[in-house]
Write a protein that binds this ligand. Structure first.
Ligand code: G3P
Ligand code: CA
Length: 384
């Protein structure tokens, strides 16, 4: 679950864009026609969540460096329902938004703290983390999406992400993952304190007409985790907040049918290996649904196998029978991390209730509610 999609950015002529928007609208109409009474829609409403949900995975992270100001600002301005973030804790106890276990992939830690490059986040103070450049890596990795203004972007605190969520006319929610929670004992209680301090657990401010209004819903915050012990602690700390158990096949997660390791499997890439993984049995899958439900989850976040592969293509845990089972057990389904129309369509038809996506704009268009402004316009308006 590390690394970013390498799907190239396509330059689309206006006519094609209009045709695609119309086509997506038609596709959506047909999807909605069959899904008007979709069980997941009803379940989402009962849990106080938007349906179908557009969850901006690490912000609009296809177009800006993940979990930085432009990524979250872009997601908010485009119209995402949720800003997704991974929470970790600094040495001096501050909650920050950061995905990887170490700083190497997305910062210049090797240049600033050469002896500590592979050290965990928990060994750095916030002041140290704020010295790092969390934007330049993106320009190197994706030159076709690079912007000089991304150079020198900082790692953000939870408070700074909340500022962004609150800071525009659109009022998105936050979809917060406790990342490697075993490394951060007590992080669930810290998260509760931090959200409480910003009044995010009780207040539900309404947005103006025509704007994203998830902040006014009971699902203003959704808590997510891969780890059962963390889900139990989140439920203990914040029983009233909707929670989602993230699903994976492998050690500590759902048992596989075959436990051949990648290195022994003969597959040439991880996406193919993951894509071939199957759950041990329907009973095993059902046990995870039942456990999630019994421990306070209102939904699951399954992995998805992507048509074009890539480093975010994982196990297919969104087969129709799986989605039906989740719904039958009263759980909504939000798969991660899906970026292409072909997968939005296929997986929607298989019965899910939204997506984690790096491409907020594309998913909004697929759902028939395209952004009112282009990404270029938004980025320029905010000085990027
Ligand atoms: O939180 C859902 C999805 O983000 C899980 O994958 O590794 O990107 O956090 P990851
Ligand atoms: Ca995440």
């Amino acid at each position: 679950m590390k690394g970013m999609s390498k799907t190239p950015l396509r330059k689309t002529p206006i006519a094609s864009l209009l045709a695609a928007t119309l086509f997506s609208g038609l596709m959506l109409s047909s999807t909605l026609a069959t899904a008007a009474d979709a069980p997941g829609k009803l379940l989402s409403e009962q849990a106080g969540l938007p349906w179908p949900a557009v969850i901006a995975h690490r912000g609009a992270s296809f177009d800006a460096p993940e979990e930085t100001i432009p990524a979250y600002t872009l997601a908010r301005e485009l119209g995402a329902d949720y800003l997704e973030m991974d929470i970790q804790r600094t040495k001096d106890g501050v909650l920050i938004a950061f995905h990887d276990d170490t700083l190497e992939r997305t910062t210049n830690v090797a240049a600033v703290f050469p002896k500590r490059a592979a050290d965990p986040i928990s060994t750095f103070t916030l002041a140290e983390l704020k010295q790092l450049d969390a934007g330049s890596w993106f320009n190197k990795a994706y030159p076709d999406r690079a912007r000089s203004s991304y150079t020198g972007l900082q790692i953000l605190t939870l408070d700074e992400v909340i500022d962004i969520a609150e800071g525009g006319s659109n009022k998105p929610g936050l979809y917060i993952e406790t990342k490697v929670p075993a490394q951060f004992p007590g992080i669930e209680a810290d998260l509760k304190k931090a959200l409480d301090k910003r009044d995010w657990l009780t207040s539900r401010p309404a947005a103006g007409a025509g704007h994203v209004n998830v902040a006014s819903m009971p699902g203003r915050v959704v808590l997510q985790t891969f780890e059962k012990p963390s889900l139990e602690l989140l439920q203990q700390e914040m029983p009233q907040v909707p929670k989602v158990l993230l699903l994976w096949i492998g050690k500590g997660s759902i048992e596989p049918k075959s436990d051949v390791a990648y290195k022994d499997s003969g597959f040439k890439d991880k996406a193919s290996y993951y894509g071939a993984q199957e759950v041990k049995s329907e009973t095993e899958f059902a046990a995870w649904m039942d456990w999630a439900k019994a421990h306070g989850a209102i939904g699951t976040g399954p992995s998805a196998k992507l048509t074009h592969g890539g480093d975010q293509s994982y196990m297919d845990l969104v087969k129709p029978w799986m989605n039906k089972m989740a719904h039958d057990k009263g759980l909504v389904v939000h798969p991660y991390t899906v970026d292409d129309d072909v997968d939005f369509k296929k997986i929607s038809e298989d019965g899910v209730d939204g997506f984690f996506t790096n491409r907020t704009s594309q998913l909004l268009t697929f759902y028939g509610r395209p952004a009112k402004e282009s990404m270029e316009e938004i980025l320029k308006r905010y000085g990027y």
